[in-house]
Design a protein around this ligand. Structure first.
Ligand SMILES: C[S@@+](CC[C@H](N)C(=O)[O-])C[C@H]1O[C@@H](n2cnc3c(N)ncnc32)[C@H](O)[C@@H]1O
Length: 270
């Protein structure tokens, strides 16, 4: 595993147990933003998106149809963490598979699915890294089930990736033709603190101690469009700024805080 990726794994392994509690409001707000844009995301969902009550499970939607006609709608939730994107989209999918470099985040994801009584055939996460150029097709992520997704999504992960363009290409390979690449991340920002400059690759003084895990200070529409196009997912590309932004406060109670604006982008694989 590349050194920078290992820093992410170690950091998020330590954060996993607190992550949901610490970011509860942010997670809830972003889930709502996702659910408000189901049509815009542009997947032919498994269930009616007009009643976004979050109650109808993937099982309920497929149970209504004879198995011969069963439609499948599958999500790859990359850098899934504790499962924000999977949980937001679950009512409209038949299967969500999360992948994350942090085994402990994967464990929180799987425990939460289990606690909700969701079978692993419908929702589960696997530890792994698709972003190591020295091992671009890892054996652990080679099962046929990990290809031909209807949607590949990354929630707040791209700024943690060493090479986001490579990430977009790796995710594109896992989509079926016509599948959608969907990402949520931050708009360009200045970061905080000036003492750590590795030039364009550094996150500044992140409030939650994540300084060594952040590689990019946000992404402009043009940055993302180029990545999507170069990954073959530029069809119908759109980038929208959503919500009121996220405020991170320093853990130690200091008043210093950072505001991040959030975008969502989507594009279709030709
Ligand atoms: C800020 S968290 C976001 C988690 C979740 N998607 C969410 O929106 O709450 C970033 C996640 O990216 C994961 N990550 C970082 N680098 C990765 C890589 N190379 N491959 C897979 N996951 C990675 C981390 O382990 C962490 O769970």
């Amino acid at each position: 595993m590349a050194e920078f990726a290992a820093k992410n794994r170690d950091y998020f392994n330590n954060e996993a147990a607190q992550y949901n509690g610490k970011f509860e409001k942010t997670i809830q707000a972003i889930m709502e933003e996702i659910q408000q844009r189901l049509d815009w995301i542009g997947v032919d969902w498994a269930s009616d998106t007009s009643s976004s009550d979050g109650e109808s499970s993937a099982a309920a939607s497929s149970a209504a149809k004879p198995s011969s006609e069963k439609k499948t709608v599958r999500l790859l939730d990359y850098a899934c963490g504790t499962g924000l994107v999977s949980r937001a989209l679950a009512p409209y999918l038949t299967q969500s598979i999360g992948v994350d470099i942090s085994e402990n985040m994967v464990q929180v994801y799987n425990t939460s699915a289990e606690n909700q009584g969701i079978p692993t055939s419908e929702m589960r996460a696997i530890a792994g890294d698709l972003l190591d150029p020295a091992n671009a097709d890892p054996e652990s992520l080679s099962s046929p089930e990990l290809y031909d997704f209807d949607i590949a999504a990354v929630g707040l992960g791209f700024h943690h990736f060493e090479d986001p363009g490579f990430a977009a290409k790796q995710l594109s390979k896992r989509l079926k033709s016509g599948g959608v690449l969907f990402i949520i991340d931050f708009l360009p920002h200045a970061g905080l603190g000036h003492g750590h400059g590795h030039g364009h690759g550094h996150g500044g003084k992140e409030a939650h101690g994540a300084v060594h895990t952040v590689k990019h200070l946000g992404f402009s529409e043009q940055d993302v469009k180029t990545m999507f196009e170069e990954a073959g997912c530029g069809e119908g590309f759109e980038y929208v700024v959503v919500g009121k932004g996220i405020v991170f406060r320093k853990q130690d109670g200091e008043r210093e805080e950072m505001k991040r604006s959030v975008f969502m982008a989507r594009g279709r694989k030709a």
